[in-house]
Design a protein around this ligand. Structure first.
Ligand SMILES: Cc1cc2nc3c(=O)[nH]c(=O)nc-3n(C[C@H](O)[C@H](O)[C@H](O)COP(=O)(O)O)c2cc1C
Length: 172
């Protein structure tokens, strides 16, 4: 897909078709993102968990206050930040800012690369962090930042309105 089309056609999709995506394709999407996302000091303070297991997907739906479209998608990725990895070099700023920024950038890369292959995603940030940690059996130094369903979209949402450029963009 042409790059600008990837950017323009990505929408938060909350309905997925019962269509599979081969594991190799998901591996390709996640590998591309992991291999190319920038991070402060190249610390790569992240960990990605991905599953197509229905029981785990259902548990993640419960963590996310019943957002059931998570369970409809062929795969679900959970992207975690590792604040201690960034703190190692950058102290408090690394832990509270860089690790989260880096992880957010990784999430965006995953969503756009998935879109490039014609798949849809949604960044889900509304979930109970402690419950997600339990479901994924995360070590204490890993903080889940986003749950990302990746699947074949079953809807084409119109773009939610954006703020006026005059209000959010200023040339100096
Ligand atoms: C940090 C963050 C958290 C979000 N959490 C949720 C969520 O829990 N559930 C959901 O349906 N959408 C969630 N979204 C998606 C936004 O609602 C969506 O990006 C926004 O409305 C703009 O729509 P678009 O992505 O189609 O451009 C989240 C997006 C971001 C960036």
């Amino acid at each position: 897909m042409e790059f600008m089309e990837v950017i323009r056609s990505r929408r938060s999709v909350r309905k997925y078709l019962q269509e599979q995506i081969p594991r190799e394709r998901i591996e390709e999407i996640l590998s591309l993102a992991l291999d190319n996302t920038p991070s402060a000091g190249n610390r790569q303070p992240w960990m990605v968990y991905v599953t197509d297991d229905m029981e785990i997907k259902k548990a993640l739906v419960r963590c996310a206050y019943g957002q059931k479209f998570i369970g409809e998608a062929a795969w679900v990725a959970v992207v975690c930040a590792l604040p201690a990895e960034s703190a190692g070099r950058y102290g408090e700023r690394g832990a509270t800012l860089y690790a989260i920024q880096d992880t957010a950038s990784l999430i965006t890369h995953i969503m756009l690369i998935a879109r490039n292959f014609g798949y849809d995603t949604c960044w889900v940030g509304a979930f109970n962090e402690d419950e997600a940690k339990k479901v994924l059996k995360l070590p204490p130094d890993q903080r889940p930042v986003a749950i990302i369903p990746i699947g074949v979209g079953g809807e084409k949402p119109t773009k939610p309105p954006r703020k006026r450029k005059e209000d959010v963009l200023k040339f100096l």
